[in-house]
Design a protein around this ligand. Structure first.
Ligand SMILES: *Cc1c(COP(=O)(O)O)cnc(C)c1O
Length: 361
């Protein structure tokens, strides 16, 4: 089969981040540099602010951070936890959230679910009933397993306890599905640029509730780079504490303009790409997660045919495509096809057609 892609470009990314970015968004990054204390930065951040709040469905500030999403997870952990945290772990990124909390010296209880299974509200309730917790961490969409946990139900459960903050990693769910951050009472929600936001890497977004901000004020030490009080003080001036990644900010402005031009269409597009891939996966292989909790942003396929995923990916690469093998222990047992980013339905059809051709060889 002839290469379907321009050979001069790297393989088309079907990995669950970083993702493909449209040409007009990439073009929006180019331009003369601006001073980070000049009026131009204020115009840029000022334009992004309301659009970012609208995206994350909150009236609270959305902070723009020049770091990858892990930095925003660390920000939530540093500023918003007092002493004892329940860390829900059902995959690699939720494990990272627990480790971040451990690295900052908190008393961490891991609530473990098998990889491929969701975190369910009942499990959280059982732990919180033991008492003593002041925070819960959860990953909405586990990118390592393709599982989306029921965030609204989880938030509702945590809200039933007095003074327990809910810290949510929404890195592969924010901008893939609408999230009612404020209505759900989420205390910290973080995401990164190179996943469902379909931007180049290097930027993270973080929003925190008023009571989470009060927690930050109680702290003796908040470090330097991830100090929410400093970040907020700069935000009030439409600035950032340190030099921001201006090109990424420009891309974000363009992205948010595009999403808000037709938000329904944006969410419908990723859902349609996911639905088609999921049907294909069920027909040819199987889904790794229970379908009820299967992610919208990526499809984690159970490798029921024992196909060599490494060889499949080499074959795809020859044709200008790339998907993800399973994560760590799930390598060769599963593989992952991302639906985030600029790949169209047609690109998805091409990819699935190539996998079919490989299977028929
Ligand atoms: C990618 C990812 C992260 C980490 O993002 P970085 O930008 O690499 O720091 C965290 N959580 C989830 C769910 C992710 O998919």
């Amino acid at each position: 089969m002839a290469a379907m892609n321009d050979a001069s470009r790297p393989p088309r990314l079907f990995i669950p981040g970083p993702v493909e970015v449209e040409e007009d968004v990439l073009q929006a990054m180019a331009g003369p540099m601006i001073g980070h204390r000049a009026p131009e930065i204020g115009e840029l951040i000022g334009a992004i602010r309301p659009m970012a709040e609208k995206l994350l469905r909150t009236s609270r500030p959305v902070y723009l951070m020049t770091n990858s999403a892990t930095g925003a997870m660390e920000t939530a952990a540093i500023n918003c936890i007092r002493r004892k945290v329940l860390s829900c772990v059902n995959g690699a990124f939720s494990k990272r959230f627990a480790e971040i909390c451990e690295n900052h010296g908190y008393e961490v209880t891991r609530l473990e679910a098998e990889w491929g299974k969701p975190i369910l509200p009942g499990m959280i309730k059982e732990k919180l009933d033991e008492g003593g917790y002041d925070a819960v961490t959860v990953v909405h969409n586990e990118t390592s397993t393709g599982v989306m946990s029921p965030l609204a139900e989880i938030a509702c459960t945590v809200a039933g306890y007095d003074d327990i903050v809910l810290l949510v990693d929404a890195v592969t769910s924010a901008a893939a599905v609408p999230i009612e951050t404020e209505k759900l009472g989420i205390d910290a929600l973080v995401t990164g640029s190179q996943k469902a936001l379909a931007l180049p890497p290097g930027l993270a977004l973080c929003t925190v509730s008023e009571r989470a901000m009060e927690r930050a004020k109680e702290k003796q030490l908040r470090g330097e780079y991830f100090d929410l009080l400093k970040i907020h003080k700069s935000w009030e001036k439409d600035q950032t504490p340190t030099t921001p990644a201006v090109p990424q900010f420009r891309a974000l402005r363009k992205r948010l303009e595009k999403i808000h031009a037709d938000e329904d269409a944006w969410y419908a597009d990723i859902a349609a790409k996911c639905a088609m891939t999921r049907e294909w996966a069920k027909d040819r292989f199987g889904l790794f997660p229970d379908e009820e909790y299967a992610s919208v942003s990526l499809t984690c396929v159970e490798n029921t045919r024992g196909t060599s995923i490494a060889d499949l990916n080499s074959y795809l690469r020859e044709h200008g495509f790339m998907l993800s093998n399973g994560y760590k222990d799930l390598k060769e047992k599963t593989f992952r096809i991302g639906h985030m980013g600029a790949n169209t339905m047609e690109h998805h059809e091409q990819l699935l057609g190539l996998i079919d051709a490989y299977l028929e060889r």
